[in-house]
Every structure is written in structure tokens, then in C-alpha cells.
Design a protein around this ligand. Structure first.
Ligand SMILES: *Cc1c(COP(=O)(O)O)cnc(C)c1O
Length: 384
């Protein structure tokens, strides 16, 4: 930062000003996009600027990384070309065959990748990580090196107790990584709760506008694994490009106001829809009825996020019919943007998915809550 420090300033302030990233020559308020792939070497053969080649270093990418590190209270953050590239890099960086424990319920694409982790010499146990005893039982002393949890997790919004799992992990010399995509740094700070690494699909809330694919990792400290993750990113060419990083930084300037508004709307919709005769169950961590509500009350602040799921009394056909009759909500995969999305998850996850077939997943955007509710009510009248 040029002329301010992060000391004492609230995360919302740091994000709004992108840590003061401007450009010193023109004193531009908004930084340029640094597109150069290569940098000029000094006459004495050195690289005093610190920049050598775009596959390992880029100023625009580093500016966005600094914002994420500040929001997560991290020692360092690094950006990848997607959330999947970020998540897989952690595992590709493990230096010996490792037993991994991962949440049973989690983002489908990553669960599929992890289920084939034996290709890389590792073993995996998928465990219901909201059950602390089950996690404890799954630990293999001397073998378990990594616990990977997602909370709230797709698409049931299962809550895992980050602080409790961090204790279990550290008591057995394992590291804890948390996919905090849905919680965002606004509602949960996994590193402060004891996690070692936090991961985001920045394609979702961090960017917030459904126009960038990006992923982030942020670390509590510089460990051997972290250094290796940096090497993996450089060698595999997984760094985020400068245009995407610049857009992501622009998106993050409004992160706090977006997600707090979206979460408040999701909470209202969850309460209202709980009363609807066609709905069997609303899954939302902010509801008293949600099994993870008590833990969510402890580890989330200022909101429970803007994702909820509906289960239909009349089953799968009713869920699909309701999704087919929305006008304002968009039938699309993904989440975390300003436009509200609705999706029948089990159709996209396919055979073997733990997702119930009577479930629709809702990503609440920034439209007027009454417009969103009215559209759902009309669609639900087709739900049998
Ligand atoms: C979307 C998503 C991912 C994957 O991120 P991409 O940016 O699509 O690669 C991982 N975890 C969660 C929770 C997600 O929602």
C-alpha cells in the first residue's frame, strides 16, 4: 500500500480501496492491468524489480492476492486460473503418500477429483465432517496428513466446526484446509479459527459478477507445503491471468455490501419458504431447524451466506417443474453472482451423487427480495 496502512482498518475499507493499489507514475486511483509476460533484466544481469516472467509473477495478480490475504487475515494468498486449480494444487504439492480425510458432502467437481486421488499415490476417506467423532475415528496416526472440509458445504449447506476439526488435525500432525467459498471472508475466517489454508473459488462471491473463473488459496503461515504449492502453481502454469485478476479486484471492492445484502435476502426467503405447502424442507444454516445451526451461530458472523436449498414434498418431478417455471431466477449452475440462480443439482451431479433428487439449489443475488419471492411463489404453484 502506498499511503495508508492496513492497521486498524476494517476489511470493508481495505476491500473498497483495494488496499490503495494505484499507479505511482500517473497517480491513477485505479491500477492499470499489467499485461507484460516478461521483464527487462538489469545491465549487471540482475532482476532488481523482482519480476522475471509472467507464469510466476504478475503485478495485477499480486494486487488482488494482497486484498484476499488481508480479508482472510492470511500471511499470504495466491491466485489460480480456477477454484479447481487452487484446490488440486494443495494435493499435487504433498511430498509423500498421504492419507486424506475429506467432507462427504462437498462441491461435486472436487469430490470427483478427490475420489481418484489414488492415481497420485494418496488414500482418501470421505467422512461426514460435521460429526467430530467420525473425523476422529478416521484419523490414522502417522498417515493422515491433510483434512479438507467445505463449510457450509454444497448443496445441503452442512456446517463443519472449523475450530474443533483444527484441533483434531493438529493433535495428529495433520493440516486443515477449508473450502470457504460459500462462507466468504465476510462471514467466516477459517484461519482465525485454526485452519492452516483457506481456499476459495473466486469465480463465486469474491468476484461476484459471474464473469471471471478464478481460485485462491490463503495460508496462515509459510510452511513447507505452502512453498511447494507455489512451485506447483509456477510449474503447472496455473496462475490467474492479469485481466481476470484485475476484474476480480474490482469485484472484491463491493464484496461486503453484496454478500451482506444477499445473505439477508436468503435468510428472509428461507424463513418464508419454510411455510410453503409444496416444500418439505428448506436447508439454510440460519434456520433453527438446520442441524448445523448452533455451530454456524458460533463460527459465522454477520450472516449465514446466500445459498439455500429446497426439498419438495412431491419429489424430483415437482422440483424440476418448479425450476422450469421461474422467469426471474435463472436456471444455471454456479453461484455467488448478482443474478439469482436456481438449479436441480442431482441432474448435474449424476449417478453416485449424495444430493437428494427432490432438491433445488438457490443462489440468491441482488435483485429485490419481493420480486424474487413472487417469482418463486408462481413457480411453486406448478410444483404439485
Ligand atoms: C465452484 C466451486 C469450486 C470450483 O471452483 P471453480 O472456480 O469453478 O474451479 C470449488 N468449491 C466450491 C464450494 C465451489 O462452489
Amino acid at each position: 500500500m502506498d499511503d495508508q496502512t492496513t492497521g486498524g482498518l476494517k476489511p470493508c475499507t481495505l476491500a473498497a480501496q483495494a488496499l490503495g493499489a494505484g499507479e505511482p507514475m500517473t497517480r491513477s486511483l485505479v491500477p492499470p492491468v499489467h499485461v507484460s509476460t516478461t521483464y527487462i533484466r538489469d545491465a549487471d544481469n540482475g532482476y532488481r524489480s523482482g519480476y522475471v516472467y509472467g507464469r510466476t509473477d504478475n503485478v495485477s495478480t499480486q494486487q488482488a492476492e494482497a486484498v484476499i490475504a488481508a480479508l482472510e487475515g492470511a500471511e499470504e494468498a495466491i491466485l489460480f486460473g480456477s477454484g479447481m486449480a487452487a484446490a488440486t494444487s494443495v494435493f499435487l504439492a504433498l511430498d509423500k503418500p498421504t492419507h486424506i480425510i475429506a467432507s462427504q458432502v462437498m462441491y461435486w467437481g472436487f469430490r470427483s477429483w478427490l475420489s481418484e486421488i489414488a492415481r497420485y499415490g494418496h488414500t482418501i476417506s470421505f467422512v461426514e465432517t460435521s460429526d467430530l467423532d467420525a473425523v476422529q475415528r478416521a484419523i490414522r496416526l502417522g498417515e493422515t496428513g491433510l483434512i479438507w472440509i467445505e463449510t457450509p458445504s454444497n448443496p445441503l449447506w452442512t456446517i463443519t466446526d472449523i475450530a474443533a476439526i483444527a484441533e483434531i488435525a493438529h493433535a495428529s500432525d495433520a493440516l486443515l484446509c477449508v473450502d470457504s467459498t460459500v462462507a466468504t471472508p465476510v462471514f467466516t475466517q477459517p484461519l482465525a479459527l485454526g485452519a492452516d489454508i483457506v481456499m476459495h473459488s473466486a469465480s463465486k462471491y469474491l468476484n461476484g459478477h459471474s464473469d471471471v473463473i478464478a481460485g485462491a488459496l490463503a495460508t496462515a503461515g509459510r510452511t513447507k507445503l505452502w512453498d511447494r504449492i507455489n512451485v506447483v502453481r509456477g510449474r503447472h502454469g496455473a496462475i490467474l491471468g492479469p485481466f481476470e485478476a484485475w476484474l476480480l479486484m474490482r469485484g472484491m471492492r463491493t464484496l461486503h455490501i453484496r454478500v451482506k445484502t444477499q445473505s439477508a435476502a436468503a435468510s428472509i426467503l428461507a424463513h418464508r419458504l419454510s411455510e410453503h405447502p409444496a416444500i418439505e424442507r428448506v436447508l439454510y444454516p440460519g434456520l433453527n431447524s438446520h442441524p448445523g445451526h448452533d455451530v454456524a451461530m458460533r463460527q459465522m458472523k454477520d450472516g449465514f451466506g446466500a445459498m439455500l436449498s429446497l426439498q419438495f414434498k412431491a419429489g424430483e418431478a415437482a422440483a424440476i417443474a418448479a425450476a422450469g417455471n421461474v422467469r426471474l431466477w435463472k436456471r444455471a449452475t454456479s453461484l455467488g453472482g448478482v443474478e439469482s440462480l436456481i438449479e436441480h443439482r442431482s441432474s448435474i451431479e449424476g449417478a453416485g451423487s449424495p444430493c437428494p433428487s427432490d432438491l433445488l439449489r438457490l443462489s440468491v443475488g441482488l435483485e429485490d427480495i419481493d420480486d424474487l419471492y413472487a417469482d418463486l411463489l408462481r413457480a411453486l404453484s406448478h410444483a404439485g
